[in-house]
Design a protein around this ligand. Structure first.
Ligand SMILES: [Zn+2]
Length: 254
């Protein structure tokens, strides 16, 4: 199983060498995509990731730093399929999203582009709610969080638990605080992909120290961590052994 980081930044203004949040898990050749910030499919393609192997796309919430590259991802899949005369390898593409308006908006844009986004496969919308979204080689479970300050559903912002090959990966999405993902963390995880856009990494490490999180990979970086990545990493490693600050283009073997 591989983890690819396509975009490591939060919703900042453009930052050199970083784009908004997106990553993917590859298992047995199949690509499971998480969030789709600007430029994600461009970066993935140039990293050698086969966009025709994308089967499922999970969007944590509808903010631009998580959906800005979704239209281009779908467009690029169609482009590669048209060029090579190869259909997406796993059939229809399913978009798991909290918000149908965003899906419809992106499809409206695509249908007005060249070729009218006509495809021999379907691009399907599935609304995210709490619970298991996908249960195959990989299992993906959604849990709503308080990032958008909602008091009640339908929830628009989610965190994800990704389980495969006996490993547990938690992706925070954007969260109000660590309590939002406590139900995922209480059974431990091998890897926590934790956003720093709204959180101090050193505080996060302090909270999780001595617990049952194996490794923390920070992403969705905010200004604080970007101002001094090296210094922040040093400070984090004094508290928590296995910490990494993700960069665009990182690849991890899990
Ligand atoms: Zn964000």
């Amino acid at each position: 199983m591989k983890l690819y980081i396509f975009g490591s930044c939060s919703g900042t203004e453009p930052v050199e060498n970083r784009h908004h949040t997106a990553f993917a898990v590859e298992l047995n050749g199949r690509i499971y995509w998480f969030d789709a910030g600007e430029n994600c499919s461009y970066t993935a393609h140039l990293m050698g990731v086969d966009l025709l192997s994308v089967s499922d796309v999970f969007i944590s919430h509808p903010h631009m730093d998580h959906v800005g590259g979704l239209g281009n991802l779908l467009w690029n899949i169609r482009k590669l399929s048209t060029m090579t005369k190869v259909l997406p390898r796993y059939g229809d593409i399913t978009l798991y999203m909290p918000n149908e308006d965003t899906f419809e908006g992106i499809m409206t844009i695509l249908k007005a582009t060249e070729g009218g986004y006509k495809t021999d496969y379907q691009t399907l919308f599935r609304r995210i709610s709490d619970g298991v979204l996908l249960d195959g080689d990989i299992r993906v479970t959604a849990l709503h969080n308080r990032h958008l300050g909602q008091e009640e559903g339908p929830w628009q912002s989610f965190s994800f638990l990704i389980e495969a090959e006996s490993k547990r990966i938690v992706y925070s999405g954007d969260v109000k605080d660590l309590d939002d993902i406590a139900p995922f963390l209480e059974n431990g995880c091998d890897l926590l992909l934790m956003e720093t856009g709204h959180h101090d990494p050193v505080t996060v490490c302090g909270r999780l120290k001595g617990g049952n999180v194996g490794r923390i990979c920070f992403l969705h970086h905010g200004r604080r961590i970007l101002s001094d990545c090296e210094g922040m990493l040093c400070a984090c490693r004094k508290i928590f052994d296995d910490v990494h600050i993700c960069n665009d283009g990182d690849v991890f073997d899990l």
